[in-house]
Unconditional design. Sequence first.
Length: 265
Amino acid sequence: MLVPDTITKTRADAPAGFFEAESAGLAWLARATALGGVRVVRVLRVAPGLIELERVDETHPTRDQADAFGAALVHTHSAGAAAFGSPPEGYAGALFIGRRPLVSARQTRWGRFYARDRVLPFVRIAVEAGSVTEREERVIRSACARIEAGDFDDAEPPARLHGDLWTGNVLWSADGAVLIDPAAHGGHRETDLAMLDLFGLPNLERVLAAYEREAQATGEPLRAGWRERVPVHQLHPLAVHAAGHGRSYGVALAEAAERTLALIP
């Protein structure tokens, strides 16, 4: 039986720009590949309600591939973005994470963008869905208030984020890692790293160690304490999941908010 060389994803009820956003995000990330960034799946065709992609023949990742992925991700992030929350360059349509709309923004301050546009919109949905209790909502909103006030802001420029970098969106081929299905935007690079940690990427510690080494070598080291700040950067993916995947994610979201508040003197 012949295996097709491509994969076509369709969605009859796709909102305007749904697959176009995916295509634009992949193209934007792919431009970083020429600079040493991670390989990205090729888009062969995109139309309303449809996207056709190259097929990636998957295999089990090796330790060397994990090292290469971590190092390459530094260069993807270093390709940069126009602002925090900015869409892929040249794209003016809607953004999505999974099936949910994602706000575009052009913020110079990371904390304001992150709290206002990446966490709180999904908290409202999660509360309405019953995934987050009133007490938990107060804790989450308290953490977001401190983030928005700038308690975690730093001097890092906007990074070119995949934006939905969980293990299912990192495919492993004979040639190494291939990224698929982004929610690409300008953000803080620690957010991509925190999402890798959230859902258990294979050889995660090797990936992170290689990222740290390459970031140091390129003169852009991760800021001290980045591992302690993982809960801060997991608020976004946990809020997205709490909005649509049940109570357990609401509990995890509230716990991450409590850990975020505990980091503030």
